[in-house]
Design a protein around this ligand. Structure first.
Ligand code: COA
Ligand code: MG
Length: 292
């Protein structure tokens, strides 16, 4: 999965456009893009959307309200019986939050006769200052956990920051740290690192730059807030033909050399980490061909 498109769950218009945006997954939002007075409406609309979703469309996820609100349990009760692909937990503080939601999901699955652990989880794991100190705690939290992502907006609000970007439009240090810790925490936990949203949805060049930097560093997906962002994200996170050809050449060079730990290709030294990287990229490209 390369692209996750946020859709405020109380917007008929946006829900009606979402499935055709080309995203690998949708995130029907019950949290911060929905006004407090509209929470119940949003739950009902998310439920209807799940019930009428077509086969072969994007995977449908739902963002619940945070664990420190009185809303999240009712969010889960409304949507989980209709089998979303995953629940996105906002504002997690550590792997314990994943355990807490996983236990609540298990109760609903048992009550409604759904397969155990059928609904997956992912987290926005950097929205409070304290959460940055716990990004190493997600490993083993739950077999449901498949991804971690990060957000700069709530963190900036919590820090009382005037901005989270510098004059050149690049994230400043606290947010770079949040991004880096998310990448490391996700890979350490064996789940996918998903880059956060790019807010300026008319700035395609800026989005592409940020997405390329994320892909360069190891993120394998990025969230979107507007349909126009989806094709850019899909393109950037799909391994290019040139990337795949290079990866195949690396594997072939090792195959030809036999039982060795180091080879040379086009004047460049390659050792075992490069072979692992090449194999991972080929696997991702091949998986993409099956799911897209
Ligand atoms: N999902 C589905 N459709 C969307 C969409 C989204 N996230 N964002 C916009 N659209 C639709 C609009 O409804 C509009 O439809 P129309 O052509 O039938 O009028 C079309 O795409 C073009 O939208 P545009 O006019 O360019 O933007 P907008 O001013 O309507 O919306 C936002 C801008 C930012 C308010 C909107 O993109 C949005 O709500 N994004 C998601 C916000 C969110 O979920 N935030 C929480 C996570 S950070
Ligand atoms: Mg947020």
């Amino acid at each position: 999965m390369r692209s996750f498109l946020f859709v405020p769950a109380d917007s008929d218009k946006k829900l009606s456009k979402a499935a055709d945006a080309g995203a690998d997954a949708l995130i029907l939002d019950l949290e911060d893009s929905v006004a407090p007075s509209r929470k119940e409406t949003a739950r009902a609309m998310a439920r209807d959307y799940l019930m009428s979703a077509r086969e072969g469309g994007p995977k449908i996820c739902v963002r619940m309200n945070a664990l420190d609100t009185p809303l999240w349990r009712d969010d889960l009760k409304s949507v989980v019986p209709h089998r979303p692909y995953a629940i996105l937990i906002p504002k997690t503080l550590s792997g314990d939050c994943v355990k807490q939601v996983s236990a609540a999901l298990a109760d609903i699955e048992a009550d409604t006769g759904l397969p155990a652990e059928g609904v997956r989880l992912f987290c926005v794991a950097t929205e409070t200052p304290a959460s940055l100190f716990s990004l190493g705690t997600y490993a083993g939290a739950s077999p449901r956990l498949f991804g971690l992502t990060w957000g700069a907006e709530d963190l900036a609000a919590a820090l009382g920051a005037r901005s989270n970007k510098n004059d050149a439009g690049v994230y400043t240090e606290p947010y770079r740290l949040a991004r880096t810790l998310t990448l490391l925490g996700a890979v350490a936990a064996g789940v996918i690192p998903i880059d956060g949203v790019y807010k300026d949805f008319r700035d395609e060049a800026g989005l592409e730059r940020e997405a390329r930097e994320a892909a360069r560093d190891g993120f394998t997906a990025k969230m979107a807030i507007h349909p126009a962002q989806v094709p850019v994200i899909n393109r950037v996170f799909t391994p290019s033909e040139a990337d795949v050809a290079h990866a195949r050449a690396v594997v072939e060079a090792f195959d030809k050399a036999g039982d060795v730990g180091v080879v040379a290709l086009d004047g460049v030294m390659l050792d075992i980490p490069h072979l692992k990287q090449a194999r991972a990229l080929i696997a991702r490209a091949e998986a993409g061909q099956h799911t897209d």
